[in-house]
Every structure is written in C-alpha cells, then in structure tokens.
Design a protein around this ligand. Structure first.
Ligand SMILES: Nc1ncnc2c1ncn2[C@@H]1O[C@H](COP(=O)(O)OP(=O)(O)OP(=O)(O)O)[C@@H](O)[C@H]1O
Ligand SMILES: [Mg+2]
Length: 112
C-alpha cells in the first residue's frame, strides 16, 4: 500500500475529486493547506531587506491506495490538475505500513 499526498490548487479540487470518484477511487481526505514551492519569495518593495514569503492557498489530498492503483491515481491527478504553469502542485508517494477499518477491525488492503 502507498499513501499518495497531492498538494494542488483549490481551483482544481472539484475536478480532481470528480475524476477520482469516477475512476473508482474511494476514500480521500481533503485539508486546507498553504505553502510555497520553488518560487517562495515575493519581493514586496524595492528595498531588498523588505521581502515576505508568500504562502499560497492549497489543498492537500491524502489517499491510501493498493500498490496497483497508485499509477492510475497519479495520472489522474496529473491529467486534471495540470495547467502547465508554475504552482500546479506536487504529488508525494509514501510507503504505507498498515490500515485499519475501525468499525470492523479489518487490516491492510481490505481496510481501504
Ligand atoms: N518539496 C516540497 N515539500 C513539501 N511541500 C512542497 C514541496 N514543494 C512544493 N510543496 C507544496 O506544494 C505546493 C505547490 O508547489 P509548486 O507547484 O509551486 O512546486 P514547485 O516545485 O515550485 O513547481 P513549479 O515550478 O511548477 O511551481 C506548495 O505551495 C507547497 O505547499
Ligand atoms: Mg512553485
């Protein structure tokens, strides 16, 4: 299993959620986030000492997936969230040790 974390623009959230649902991917956690990527500094003034880190509003999607579904989910986020402009977001894929469905006690992939 893998945990897929996708940090994307809030403008793309509905499209991505819809595409995930249509692809049969159930179980997503969505949180509001803010952060910065490669272009972190916005110069607010001609004085070089007066700059501010500009945090951009983002949403963070988390999906626990069987290994076999990871590439499909990554492609789907790419297809729906990409504009080709800077700030389109980032996807991280993390190994996932275990999952537990609280209601039944099921473990591993059957808990997803
Ligand atoms: N290395 C990172 N670690 C953790 N979060 C990150 C990292 N890079 C980007 N993020 C998060 O993803 C969001 C979107 O990043 P962004 O798309 O701007 O990445 P980038 O590397 O600057 O690529 P681009 O050049 O396309 O803008 C950031 O606002 C931040 O929340
Ligand atoms: Mg960036």
């Amino acid at each position: 299993m893998k945990l897929l974390v996708a940090i994307i623009s809030p403008k793309k959230l509905e499209q991505v959620k819809e595409a995930l649902w249509e692809a049969g991917i159930r179980g997503v956690t969505v949180s509001e986030a803010s952060g910065y990527g490669y272009q972190k500094v916005q110069v607010d003034s001609v004085k070089s000492s007066d700059y501010r880190v500009q945090y951009q509003p983002r949403v963070r999607l988390e999906m626990a997936l069987p290994d076999a579904e990871v590439e499909k989910a990554v492609d789907l986020v790419l297809d729906t969230a990409r504009t080709g402009r800077i700030g389109d977001g980032k996807i991280f894929v993390l190994p996932l040790e275990d999952a537990v469905r609280v209601r039944t006690g099921e473990r591993g992939e059957s808990a997803l």
